[in-house]
Design a protein around this ligand. Structure first.
Ligand code: AMP
Length: 548
């Protein structure tokens, strides 16, 4: 298939925001595709290049893109920058510059999807001396193999700012419709591998394949999520009595896949962080007795000096670190607190009761000081639960209440477990705009628009502005993250693709016409940047309606 055929579909998608129409366009398109190409094309339609589990990023900075547009269109770099300032959107800039291209005859050969995939998958592998030049050459060649509209979409794909409005729900329904499958079956298959490129290839080649989907080792399972409770009583009401109550550790959720000596670690975002945590891998090698297993744990950073748990911010440095891993291990050693089992020796445990999953997990681990089961009790008494909660909030975040009889439901925020935290006035929100500072700080982003997720429409709705609570280091980090997500800009602010999730504390939620969610947060302040959360996992409108 040629890239330009896909561009026509992108363009049709961009003309509507109605879910049914988006689904119709895509399902008609999917029917025409070959099963070997549908996987990658599905990712592109969602504005992605790699499935999250591969842990790859294109890392295409706006500056490199500007250079590539200049090279491909034969324009001066300053001219491209000027256009960017006028249009405020780098995709539009590419379109404009390419349409004015001086050497009109330069489309040597039309870009195919296969070639596009080859180049996009090669880019992150390029490193070392001369790598920027090589990347620049490859990207500008791609741009010159398509027309100006193609260049616009190509640019948006590469800087991660495709806005086709196609979320997971639309993909699920379009695949189901195209291949006569049930949307629930498509969704279940997705939750077991968390990768729509795999699901699309399977359902295309044989829709029966997704009816009883199997767990695939080393392809992460979408994690089960927990609801919030406000009190011990409410928590018991949700999960039933007796329940298992466990300390809620403040770390990184990890899903560990092991087959013999091969071990991989996935975050809640399904990123593969195995390279960053060789110490965790070693612990699993030494202490987990099962040959084949998938289990979940919380990885917590500890101070090497005091042996006390460190706040998540410290551990998050390890998640991002790509080099000098050995030093990082010494600076922030970890412990693993295990709490759920998904697969053991080729037996799928998802439909087993939690109490049985927990028992089997316990038998599979030789616990020691560094890897152990999450501390917990089974009780039906409020008083015992309160006691553990008080212990839980002293050193960690609170407690989890878990139903003893519930299955593991991948990808679902069901009430099989609930969390009870100390201060409940927190939300996870997405940064969708950043404002330039004033005076001396005019080159620096100092305040940020917060948005919640509108699950129904796969949109982000504004709910407040965040300008306080930052340490210098956090502000620097935010600035770096913002720069990577810019879609368009004006004199006052930049619009961002929704990538950055932050945990925010606030005083109150009020109704307000100022923001598109219809609510405004009073006095929001930053608690931390949530690298471990996907934007569509941010607090949603429904949760905010409930809190109000
Ligand atoms: P939150 O991040 O506030 O949505 O809370 C849910 C998270 O708590 C999970 O994704 C885990 O990372 C974390 N967690 C910490 N301790 C436990 C535990 N004992 N059981 C389950 N999840 C836990």
């Amino acid at each position: 298939m040629l890239f330009n055929e896909l561009v026509i579909v992108f363009d049709n998608l961009s003309k509507t925001s109605k879910r049914l129409e988006l689904t119709e366009i895509l399902s008609n398109f999917f029917k025409k595709l070959k099963c070997e190409e549908i996987g990658f094309i599905t990712l592109l339609c969602m504005g992605k290049i790699f499935p999250a589990s591969e842990g790859k990023e294109l890392g295409m900075a706006s500056n490199l893109m500007i250079d590539a547009i200049a090279l491909a269109s034969g324009s001066e770099k300053n001219e491209v920058k000027k256009q960017w300032n006028i249009y405020g959107d780098i995709g539009e800039t590419a379109k404009k510059c390419m349409s004015k291209k001086k050497q009109v005859s330069l489309i040597i050969k039309e870009l195919s999807i296969k070639e596009l995939k080859e180049v996009l998958y090669k880019l992150p592998e390029i490193s070392g001396k001369g790598s920027s030049d090589l990347k620049l050459k490859l990207v500008s060649k791609l741009l010159s193999m398509t027309d100006s509209l193609g260049a616009m979409y190509l640019t948006r794909i590469m800087i991660g700012s495709m806005r086709t409005g196609v979320g997971q729900g639309v993909i699920r329904d379009a695949l189901a419709k195209a291949f006569n499958a049930k949307p629930e079956d498509v969704e279940r298959a997705y939750n077991l591998c968390a990768d729509y490129s795999i699901v699309a290839s399977k359902v295309c080649s044989n829709p029966e394949l997704i009816i009883n989907p199997k767990i695939i080792l080393f392809s992460p399972i979408n994690m089960m999520l927990f609801l919030k409770a406000q009190s011990v009583k409410e928590a018991f009401e949700r999960v039933g009595r007796p329940a298992r109550i466990e300390v809620k550790y403040d770390g990184m959720r990890a899903q560990i896949h092991k087959k013999d000596n091969e071990i991989q670690i996935f975050t809640r975002n399904l990123d593969n962080v195995s390279n960053q945590f060789p110490d965790a891998i070693q612990l699993v090698k030494e202490c987990v007795t099962a040959n084949t297993i998938i289990f979940e744990c919380e990885i917590v950073g500890f101070s090497p000096k005091t042996n006390k748990p460190l706040a998540f911010q410290f551990l998050s440095k390890r998640i991002k670190r790509k080099y000098e891993i050995e030093t990082a291990i010494k600076e922030i050693p970890i412990k693993m607190f295990c709490f759920d089992l998904l697969l053991l020796d080729d037996k799928n445990y998802l439909d087993e009761k939690f109490i049985d999953r927990h028992e089997a997990l316990k038998k599979s681990i030789n616990e020691n000081n560094n890897i152990m089961l999450a501390k917990g009790i089974i009780t039906k008494e409020d008083s015992e639960a309160e006691k553990l909660f008080n212990e839980g909030i002293k050193e960690q975040e609170g407690v989890m209440f878990k139903s003893l009889i519930a299955p593991y439901s991948p990808g679902a925020r069901v009430g099989h477990g609930v969390k009870l935290k100390s201060h409940m006035k927190e939300l996870d929100l997405v940064i969708t705009e950043a404002y330039y500072g004033k005076g001396r700080r005019k080159d620096w982003f100092g305040s940020f628009t917060l948005s919640c997720y509108d699950t129904e429409n796969d949109k982000y709705l504004t709910i407040g502005k965040l300008g306080t609570g930052f340490s210098d280091e956090q502000l620097k980090e935010m600035n770096e993250l913002v720069k990577k997500s810019i879609i368009s800009k004006d004199d006052e602010k930049v619009i961002l693709s929704p990538n950055i999730v932050v945990e925010v504390e606030y005083e109150e939620i009020q109704k307000s016409p100022t923001y598109s969610s219809g609510y405004a947060l009073r006095f929001p302040r930053l608690v931390r940047i949530r690298y471990d959360k996907k934007p569509d996992e941010a607090s949603n409108l429904f949760m905010i309606d409930e809190l109000k």
